[in-house]
Design a protein around this ligand. Structure first.
Ligand code: A2P
Length: 279
């Protein structure tokens, strides 16, 4: 199996899902000003055009920022994925994406042809990679049994698995499998869509370290070897979420956070219908 060429990326990226709801261009411009250089979008977010045009107009060289996009559930399969990649590049206004991920492993929980569709999607992604349209390939919301399908058919290994990850929802089996396979885990909702920010253990620990609870969550991800993709529409919070340099979470505090009971999650699971968010 061929290794994807190593791509050095920032240790924290900016999640643009919120930017689809708010004034997207303004949010992306403020994130750039705050210092973000890795932007995570998706065709599903319907903001690839906004992300692409703000970055193109930023005056930064193409090599100084990174754009990741994703292939949506309804575009799984060789032909559909090929077209989806072309459409994403067109909307982004880019010659290449730095990262392209499969957004979810199945088109629906009862998709009986998901393995075949994944293999076809991966082939289309590998071809786009060899044509210089994508630099790094990966997946999102893949559990170990989904990863296995890709690993079994890939000539280019997946470099990233982006999953929901935050204190109280660690998906440890997937973390462990990604570690074993040398796959970088990225965290979507690293603060559990702000739900976990009220948790008494986290607020107490954050106070002890003299940081915000959000900063504690993001540092926790980094110390777990996970790349967080925080979202915010507030310039102050965008900056705060990048300012993680001044503290290290002690081992015993890391263990306390790891041992937190499930504090709630989005309710989105690749193998079953969405369940209402648990708070
Ligand atoms: P806002 O956009 O008003 O800053 P996640 O990335 O885990 O899904 O969380 C996103 C949510 O967390 C958003 O509601 C965002 O609100 C909030 N958020 C982001 N950064 C911070 C922060 N530093 N402090 C408090 N809330 C934050």
């Amino acid at each position: 199996m061929e290794q994807t060429k190593k791509l050095l990326i920032p240790s924290i990226g900016f999640g643009t899902y919120k930017a689809a709801i708010q004034d997207g261009a303004q949010v992306i411009r403020e994130a750039l000003d705050a210092g973000y250089r890795y932007f995570d979008t998706a065709s599903f977010y319907e903001n690839e055009d906004v992300v692409g045009s703000v970055l193109a107009g930023s005056g930064l060289s193409r090599k100084s920022y990174f754009v990741a996009s994703k292939i949506w559930k309804s575009d799984l399969g060789y032909d559909s994925a090929k077209e989806a990649i072309a459409r994403s590049l067109d909307r982004l206004g880019l010659d290449y994406m730095d990262v392209c991920l499969i957004h979810w492993p199945k088109s629906s929980p009862d998709d009986t042809r998901w393995e075949e569709r994944l293999a076809g999607t991966w082939k289309a992604m590998e071809e786009a990679c060899s044509q210089g349209k994508i630099r790094t390939l990966g997946v999102s919301n893949f559990l170990p049994h989904h990863l296995k399908v890709i690993l079994d058919c890939a000539s280019i290994r997946p470099a990233i698995d982006q999953i929901e990850f935050h204190p109280g929802y660690l998906q440890e089996e997937t973390l462990e499998e990604c570690r074993r396979q040398g796959i970088l885990v990225q965290a979507w909702s690293p603060m559990g869509r702000a739900r976990v920010l009220q948790d008494p253990l986290l607020t107490n620990l954050a106070a002890q370290y003299g940081v915000s609870t959000a900063q504690l969550c993001l540092k926790f991800a980094l110390q777990m070897g996970v790349m967080p993709l925080p979202k915010s529409v507030s310039p102050d919070r965008m900056r705060q979420n990048l300012a993680l340099g001044g503290f290290v979470i002690a081992d015993d505090d890391m263990e306390k956070i790891k041992a937190m009971p499930c504090t709630g999650w989005s309710g989105e699971h690749p193998d079953r219908e969405r369940v209402p968010a648990q708070n």
